[in-house]
Design a protein around this ligand. Sequence first.
Ligand code: BDP
Length: 706
Amino acid sequence: MKVSLPDRLAEYQAALGYVVKAGSSSTLQAAQSELVKGLGGLLGQTVSVSDQPKADGAVVLGTPDSSTIVKSLSLGNALTAVGNEGYVVQATTTGGYQAIVVAANTDVGVLRGCFALLRHLQCHRTVQSLSLSEAPKIQHRILDHWDNLDGSIERGYAGKSLWNWSSLPATISQRYTDYARANASIGINGVVLNNVNADSQILTSSYLDKVAALATAFRPYGIAVYLSAQFGAPKQIGGLSTADPLDSAVKLWWATEANTIYQKIPDFGGFLVKADSEGQPGPADYGRTHADGANMLVSALASHGGIVMWRAFVYKDDGTDRIGQAYKEFKPLDGKFSSGVVVQVKNGPLDFQPREPFSPLFGAMPSTPLGLELQITKEYLGEDTHLVYLGPLYEEVLKSDTYAKSQGSTVARVIDGTVHGYTTTAIAGVANVGSDTNWTGSHFNQANWYVFGRMAWNPDISAQDVADEWIRQTFTNDPAFVTPVTTMMMGSRQTTVNYMTPIGLAHIMGTDDHYGPAPWVNNLSQADWNPVYFHKADATGIGFDRTATGSNSVSQYAATVRDKFASRSTIPDDFLLFFQHVGWDDKLSSSGRSIWNELVYRYSYGVDSVGTMRDSWTGVQGYIDAKRFKDVGDFLQTQHYEARWWRDACLVYFAGVSKHTIPSGYATPAHDLAYYQNLMDKCPSDVTKPRCPDVYSGNPSPAILQ
Ligand code: BDP
């Protein structure tokens, strides 16, 4: 194994030789300990803690209040600019000695500065004339756990829940602390502990003691605890006969509940709520609106400083286009939500697909703070097994222009408050973390946790830069590894789109588990649970007409966006079948291929691209440890088989519907439709990996033959 010492080692040893003792708060002590540990590991030597600067190479950390040295450096303007959570890291001199100062206005800002410094060093960047300074653009940067109280995780693919409810509050696992450290290092400042499909038991006194113990473990790291609140709790555990948000007994119940919570957890963050959605109770059960429900809850929390994140993920079987429903329900409520409510909107109007357009709610609610909900756990993107780096997906969403006010009203600018002047700003990621040793089920899924945090802190950072820094910190700085692996990660999301849902297809996954291909499914009780509802393939063509000749959901976007998606000549290929029904033999102007041929090409190219990823990975053998090298290689092999499974199953099905055949130059699907339909039935969601080992034996052959 090649391990090259950084060229910078001598520079680092001279500049960062020892740490000057930090203040005594638990956060500053945590920051000091991260520096001592991190620098020790990087420099390969024990890093001492000194009471005072005593030679060149001091690392000084603190706030003007906690450190006389920081105070004496008169960082005034620089500190003012970074607010409550930001930091200033600078090369300077103190007492005649060269030093690096990590300064902030708050202890937690200092902690973030220490992590920024360590990141800088792990990427082997110079510390000469060092000057780093940053503040987060979004206030609430939250991980949403979909963890159940029985230890299972909805859409979790990395083992069991980290929270061991039965041993809490007495036992505080080291993993809780390590989890908090990891989150703090990427700027996350809140976690929702439990599933949005919430169990009201979490609001009972004995569970709140457990929640308080976790809050205590996370507090030094600047991480607040939030809970998913079950809207029906007043009935389920409160002994009331109603959960009507306008009922005075219900209001009192929630106010009392909030008081109890804040007695136990003074810095409790607030509630996340899934109401009137997928069978969950909500205000509509009593003829009330989402605003009535959210406002009642926030009035219980607001005096304590808590917020309510009210989810906009709603749809029902009412015969209208599913993707238009959230807008129809929420847009009329704009301006009706009380201060302290954030309406939390999934990135797309459907549901965490490999690709979908941004939700039309972004830009359409000027008087209601909207938070962005991204999914980190890859429910629809190969779960734990497939290597899909989500940075490009997040970047695509954040950069999407809503044209709410003018050009440049991107989703990033909407959620950071720039466009509409929101006073509360929030972003949430549905966590992919579990009890697995590597936290996330696969090594590369760690990159998705990482990029979520980095983009939540700074929505303008590029996916490529984050991939680069993640690789350097996780594996090695050797360019022979960094360059091909960055390329592999950056292409991985488009590759998955190609072999699962190319040119705007969506939601054609297997029922419930959402893992394998099942475009033929048409027998589920609710229309919009069926893949056929979404692709609308028939003898004439394929795609969902959402223009004026169809559902007209496209009209929910600002005119510039609407017109682009509605016209055949301007819609990007990536969204074509999401918005338009197109003849099988219509030509794409970009490639000159017919729709049918384009589908064959994209599906096939997707499979072959996984082959290329495998080749890239094989090429970096020896640069990292054998264990992780093998783990990743094994998953890539499974992904290659399953990409071929996706391609063959979808093409054999669409070939049948369209009465087209596979053009020459492409491999024919390995089996007939019945085989894949039968396979789906044989691959329930809980089978161990690889999910469908019998799809192919040996390596899949190339899908594009010439
Ligand atoms: C869907 C998931 C389901 C979640 C739901 C939600 O399949 O498990 O409960 O989203 O976000 O994607 O509430």
